[in-house]
Write a protein that binds this ligand. Structure first.
Ligand code: RP5
Length: 164
């Protein structure tokens, strides 16, 4: 079996509805990945262990999703130089704007690449991870280019209904 290249972590199993969109893209591109709950607030020691072990395990990027007071991506980034891609999960009361602000406002020196709130952000974080891996994998880059070409064809085929 291929070694795990991308870690997908989230603060709660309730984030999976969103984060599975990242896992689905990685699966589609045949990227060896793992998906786990690693809560910043409920299991901080496990979170630190995960982050500290990431480089040694050969992870090339970590996609971290969380909602509300979304510390997970930033705290993982604080403990590893493996690139962290943050996904704000939509929260119940503030619709994920709180999650977005928590993740995007990292202090200078400890970056988290922050994506859109919700499913689109999760999928795009995975596509970004694919693009990173494709820098050193020409066959993967071809598959990514084909994926983009499909979207171009679909957009060109779009038609609009007559004015109502
Ligand atoms: C965060 O709190 C999680 O990332 C999740 O988005 C949010 C709510 O968690 P649950 O109460 O649904 O477990 O840590």
């Amino acid at each position: 079996m291929n070694p795990i290249q991308i870690g997908v972590v989230m603060g709660s199993s309730s984030d999976w509805d969103t984060m599975q969109h990242a896992a689905a893209i990685l699966q589609q591109f045949g990227i060896a990945h793992e998906a786990r709950v690693v809560s910043a607030h409920r299991m901080p020691d496990d979170m630190f262990r995960y982050a500290e072990a990431a480089a040694g395990r050969g992870l090339k990027a970590i996609i971290a999703g969380a909602g509300g007071a979304a510390h997970l991506p930033g705290m993982i980034a604080a403990k590893t130089c493996v690139p962290v891609l943050g996904v704000p999960v939509a929260s119940k009361h503030l619709s994920g704007v709180d999650s977005l602000h928590s993740i995007v406002q990292m202090p200078k020196g400890v970056p988290v690449a922050t994506f859109a709130i919700g499913a689109a952000g999760a999928a795009n974080a995975a596509l970004f991870a694919v693009a990173l891996l494709a820098n050193n994998d020409p066959a993967l880059r071809e598959r990514l280019e084909a994926f983009r070409a499909e979207q171009t064809a679909a957009a060109r085929a779009m038609t609009l209904p007559p004015v109502a």
